[in-house]
Design a protein around this ligand. Structure first.
Ligand code: ACM
Ligand code: ZN
Length: 521
């Protein structure tokens, strides 16, 4: 029996029809001029995939691993513009497999790109020994949520440009369309900022002291690296959202510019896991000079209308004991230092508005903001469970859901065993858990739910020393999350996902992606 199509995320509808499509060699992809950019990108991806497939095939299959793809087979994937498909969703597409050819149609480039990523999945799972064989079928598809994200923490450990580009290619395979790039933290600062050279001279390198020996690790992204990643992502219809986390998680900034802290230091770029007491001084106006230059840099390098300003896990001890912070507290007639964070957030949001940007922040930006209400346009990212997102939606904010304990934190161990990597103190987060989360929770009203624009999976990297370990933690949980963010709840069934995952794993194997293979529940 022929392998089922086994697409992840599950399309809105798949109807199997009579017959089989068979192509000796790869079918040629041809299409409407409107989609020339999408076709070019997908052909580039397929060329890379085929090379990997041959490498994989020569190890795995009986066929001749050296056999090259025969492009001129007479069979065609015909890409067609169909304006009627744009029922309010420019990501929609149709894919029709008949015995004599494949037709993909969409009303817009995004839809066409999605269609061709689905075809790419089929190529990776069904192209074997130099030929492609598929059951005939008709697929209709569009997403449930517009925001389907993945965050990579490049601050705790540094990942190079080629690793990130590979992740973007795998994201696109799953119709994921937002790359949240965490660029600073206590353990590193990765963004070059003109006028603040020490951010990368000092803040991008940490001294590893956890082991017996001492050595420096780190790095930062040159402007050309950043432009390259943004462009690479855009060609894959992925928006890159940079995050500079302020005013907490500041050890690397403070190591570079100690004058921005309450005590003046000394500080160091941290190498330990943790939340640290030293944060930017709320009584020092120079923190906004730094933010201005950072935002200028982000506005210049990132076309997205969003900038993530962090705002999580700020410790308030220093502000409690700092004369400058206390002076500011009195000036604003505030009762507690927590309220100073909402003043800083409001100021940063306005600075971004002046640069044509909308702020996103971790849910803490909603805490203690009675005196300085959070501007309505600010997007809230929920992470300490879903409650922060529910509260934000009730207050009219757009919300991105990424509850840590419900399967969105991909650094947590995937199975309850000391042999699985992950922080010992965190809950176990199985593939099943990732699959079972829903950005819309039962207690939300319809109006609240309308504020939920989607969700994200996050990989925090304190304990993720290398790209291969990162892949092991990300997959297949991100595959499960891609289905949560794309597919309607009614159309999601874990047993069916598990069956499709068996075939989908071959795709990841073909691409040389490391993945967890243990128990799913
Ligand atoms: C977070 O995990 N501190 C957002
Ligand atoms: Zn202070």
């Amino acid at each position: 029996m022929m392998k089922q199509l086994a697409i992840i995320p599950q399309p809105v509808s798949t109807t199997y029809t009579e017959g089989v499509f068979y192509s000796d060699g790869l079918p040629e992809i041809k299409g409407a001029g409107e989609f020339s950019k999408e076709l070019e990108t997908v052909k580039e991806q397929l060329c890379g995939d085929i090379e990997k497939l041959h490498l994989y095939a020569s190890e795995q299959f009986s066929g001749d691993g050296e056999k090259k793809a025969n492009i001129d087979t007479g069979k065609i994937v015909n890409c067609v513009l169909d304006s009627s498909l744009n029922a309010g969703n420019d990501e929609a597409y149709k894919l029709i497999i008949k015995h004599d050819g494949i037709t993909v149609s969409a009303a817009a480039g995004k839809g066409m790109f999605n269609a061709l990523q689905t075809f790419r999945q089929l190529m990776l799972s069904h192209y074997r020994d130099g030929s492609l064989a598929l059951p005939c079928a008709e697929i209709t598809d569009y997403p449930r949520f517009p925001w389907r994200g993945f965050m990579l923490d490049c601050a705790r450990h540094f990942y190079d440009v080629s690793f990130i580009k590979n992740i973007l290619d795998i994201m696109s395979l799953h119709h994921l369309n937002r790359f949240h790039w965490h660029l600073n933290d206590d353990q590193g600062w990765r963004l070059p900022v003109p006028d603040y050279p020490w951010l990368t001279e000092v803040g991008a390198r940490k001294l590893e002291t956890r082991f017996q020996y001492e050595y420096y690790t780190g790095g930062f992204y040159a402007e050309d690296d950043i432009r390259g990643i943004v462009e690479y992502a855009a060609a894959r219809h992925i928006e890159v959202i940079p995050e500079i986390d302020l005013p907490g998680h500041a050890s690397a900034v403070l190591a570079a510019y100690p004058g921005l802290g309450c005590t003046g230091g000394p500080y160091r770029v941290e190498d330990r896991f943790g939340i640290f007491e030293d944060v930017l001084c709320a009584g020092n106006n120079e923190i906004f000079d730094l933010a201005a230059k950072v935002f200028d840099t982000l506005a210049r390098l990132f076309p997205s209308c969003y900038v993530h300003i962090g705002g999580d896990e700020v410790r308030f001890n220093r502000w409690n004991n700092c004369p400058k912070c206390q002076k500011r507290l009195k000036e604003f007639n505030l009762e507690k230092p927590e309220q100073l964070q909402s003043w800083i957030t409001g100021t940063l949001v306005q600075m971004l508005v002046r640069r044509g940007k909308i702020a996103i922040g971790w849910e803490e930006i909603l805490d203690d903001c009675d005196k300085f209400p959070l501007p309505k346009d600010t997007v809230v990212m929920s992470w300490r469970g879903s409650e922060g997102g529910i509260k934000a939606s009730k207050r009219g904010h757009k919300v991105i859901m990424s509850p840590n304990i419900d399967g969105c934190y991909l650094d947590y161990r995937q199975y309850d065993s000391p042999e699985e990597p992950g922080p010992h103190w965190a809950v176990t987060s199985t593939v099943y858990k990732s699959y079972s989360v829903d950005p819309v929770t039962p207690e939300m009203s319809e109006e609240d739910a309308a504020h939920i624009i989607g969700g994200q999976g996050h990989l925090w990297s304190e304990l993720i020393y290398a790209g291969k370990i990162a892949e092991y933690m990300i997959f297949p949980r991100l595959c499960a999350l891609s289905e949560v963010f794309w597919t309607s709840k009614e159309n999601r069934h874990f047993d069916d996902f598990s069956r499709r995952l068996k075939i989908h794993r071959e795709r990841l194997d073909c691409l040389g992606v490391q993945q967890y293979r243990g128990e799913l529940k």
